[in-house]
Design a protein around this ligand. Sequence first.
Ligand code: SF4
Length: 468
Amino acid sequence: MSTEMSTDANVKVVGDIEFPPRKVWIKTYGCQMNYHDTERIVSHLEGLNFSLTEEKDDADLMIFNTCAIRDLANQKFYSHLGNTKHQKKQREVKVAAAGCIAQTESKELLKKYPQLDFAFGTDVIDNVGELVYRAYAGDKKFAVTSWDRSDNYSIETKISHGSPQAFVNIIKGCDKFCSYCIVPFTRGREKSRTITEIVNDTARLVAHQGVQEVTLLGQNVNSFGKKNGESLAELIMELEKIEGLELIRYTTSHPYDISDELIEVHGKSKKLANHLHLPVQSGSNTVLQRMLRQYSIEHYLERLDRLREANPNIVISTDIIAGFPNETEQEHRDTLKLLDKARYDFIYSYNFSSRPGTKAARMKDILTKDVRGRRLREIQAHQLEIQAEVRQEMVGKTYRVLVEGKGFMKGQTKWKGRTSCYRIVHFEGETHESDYQWHWVDLKVTSATALSCQGEIVKDYGRRQGPH
Ligand code: SF4
């Protein structure tokens, strides 16, 4: 689409339509991938003269970026979408559904919710400009879920915030088909970008947008490049060469695909964070088999040992599903035992929730909500005990952190920074007026509990000094 200036300097002409300044409001549900997609949507819509608003009553365009994985997010979306009926009656506003639910159920959504103008899936996020153009050109009630079926995956990272932290998508989709997961159906098969493209993209973010920390993003980043003969390990070592890039993180990982080469990089990279989120999901081999996770607990623990050997400062976190269909008490106890062995720094734990269309949703299940709830509470309580011990080891040590902003802690507003190992440490400034936003500082940890960590400032390096 061509863009021209109108006689009114505030109006953009795109194709044959005039776009005056408009506001877009986006509600994002679910995971980091979705938040990153939202950033991309905002950035693409700037080309059509849209700016982001936090106030939905000011919006000319409302977009719901949906999640099909988390049940609560799912329910909230339907309820929020239902409410837009009143907004539509009061003023001129377009409403769109995006993301995972729109990828699989766009036609049903358009049928059921007359207030929806259009729906688009995860596969066409980068074509949102064209879709919004269509909507303003008068096209009604349309759904687009695929644009390009080729294996090539090429994008440019778009960020609209001024923070030095950025997400960079490196792979999309997933080929694993875990029995409880809807992602392969909503995000499609794995497609990776090339190392050259990602390195150029990141170098541009560092040079022109002040980015210092990147999180490489994908459903299974450990599979990155497999289809092109490239690997995550190689990518990290290439990114490491970018001057001004200080810290590299990646998420999410699949334990089956953590290669020896990648473990070695955890030992030798100067910029790779001292943290790895490695979702285990269950401590029981029989449950892992029913989940179709493709690894055993022995393999998983062997990978942890190797990672800790390669980098003794590495901190590990995980995801756990409590009460997978027909999980026995013994299988549940195996998960509690795993917590003792793995000594995670933190866990994200959830009750199993059935996703229509998955294998797990078709399993006959004898577990009740109460049993699931009790098991989740036991896992969380046990982890908190371990976590308190693990975090105690921080006391007296000094950590380099990137200060992310202010947070409320123990009735006081304090600065908060994140360590390379992904822990948040709160601290007070030297004076009331001190401004540490996006500074790198050394903090000595003075106290730590399972859920919070306090420190005092040792040295302020200002904005550009990295963690190493
Ligand atoms: S590896 Fe992750 S994204 Fe892929 S199917 Fe399994 S849980 Fe879903």
